[in-house]
Design a protein around this ligand. Structure first.
Ligand SMILES: [Zn+2]
Ligand SMILES: [Zn+2]
Length: 236
C-alpha cells in the first residue's frame, strides 16, 4: 500500500497513550489534493439546448485502515452515508451526554466510564446500636439522620439535660454503618466509598442498586449470628 499508519504506544502521567502518524505523508497530501480536484461539471451545449454534456473527472481511493479512512474523509470533506452520520451522532452522544450514576450519585459521560472511575459502597447500612441490627438503605438512613438533626434543635427533646442530650445525639449520629466495610455513615460530608469500579449503566435505577446492596446480606449474618428470615423482617 502507498500510505500506512505508524502506531506507537507510550506511558504518560494521564495513562496509556497511543500515537498514530502517517507513513508517506507527501503521497497522502498529493492524493488528497488530486481527490479534491475531481468534479462533475455540467456544460450546456450551445448548438443544441436539449443535450447536456457533462465533464466528469473521477478518483477512486481504497482505504482499509479505519483511522486513515476517518482522517481522509474529514480532510476531503467527503459526504457521509446515513450509517456514518448515525455513527457520528452516537459517538457525539457518548462524548457529551451526562448520565447519573446511582452508586456514587454523580454524573459521568459514557466514554469516561472506566474501571476505577466510580468510588462507592456496595453494601447496605445497618444500625449498630439496635439490638436486632436494623437494615437501612443509604437514602433511608441519610433521611433519618437529617430528621433527627432537625428535631434536635427543638428544646427538651428526649427530656434530658442539655449536655447529656447533646452527647446522646452525637453518639446516635454514628450508629449507621456500611456492611461492606463497617465505615460510619455521616451526613454533609463526601460520600466516599470502599469500592472502586465503573459507574452504573443508564438503565440501573436507584431501587435496583439498593436491592443489589441488600444482597450483601451474608456478612451481617456472620457478624451477629441471626438467621436470614429474622433479618429480612427488619429490612426497611
Ligand atoms: Zn463500604
Ligand atoms: Zn459512580
Amino acid at each position: 500500500s502507498l500510505i500506512g499508519i505508524n502506531r506507537s504506544e507510550g506511558n504518560a502521567s494521564t495513562g496509556r497513550t497511543t500515537n498514530l502518524s502517517l507513513i508517506n505523508h507527501n503521497i497522502y497530501t498529493h492524493i488528497k489534493d488530486k481527490f479534491q480536484n475531481t468534479y462533475i461539471q455540467a456544460v450546456s451545449n450551445s448548438d443544441n439546448d436539449n443535450t447536456i454534456v457533462s465533464d466528469e473527472k473521477w478518483s477512486v481511493v481504497v482505504i482499509r485502515e479505519p483511522f486513515l479512512l476517518h482522517q481522509f474523509r474529514d480532510d476531503v470533506k467527503f459526504t457521509l452515508s446515513n450509517d456514518e452520520i448515525e455513527e457520528e451522532e452516537e459517538e457525539n452522544r457518548r462524548a457529551t451526554e451526562r448520565i447519573k450514576c446511582v452508586q456514587c450519585n454523580d454524573f459521568y459521560i459514557e466514554q469516561d466510564n472506566r474501571m476505577g472511575a466510580c468510588v462507592h459502597h456496595d453494601g447496605f447500612i445497618y444500625d449498630n446500636y439496635s439490638s436486632r441490627l436494623e437494615v437501612w438503605t443509604q437514602r433511608g438512613a441519610i433521611e433519618q439522620l437529617l430528621k433527627e438533626e432537625a428535631r434536635s434543635i427543638q428544646p427538651s427533646a428526649y427530656g434530658m439535660q442539655a449536655s447529656e442530650q447533646k452527647e446522646h445525639l452525637e453518639r446516635m449520629k454514628q450508629r449507621f454503618k456500611f456492611i461492606c466495610c463497617h465505615q460510619t455513615l455521616f451526613i454533609g460530608g463526601m460520600m466516599g466509598g470502599c469500592k472502586k469500579g465503573k459507574h452504573s449503566s443508564p438503565n440501573v435505577t436507584v431501587e435496583k442498586w439498593e436491592e443489589t446492596c441488600h444482597e450483601n446480606v451474608l456478612e451481617i449474618v456472620d457478624l451477629h449470628c441471626c438467621d436470614i428470615d429474622d433479618l429480612s423482617s427488619v429490612v426497611k
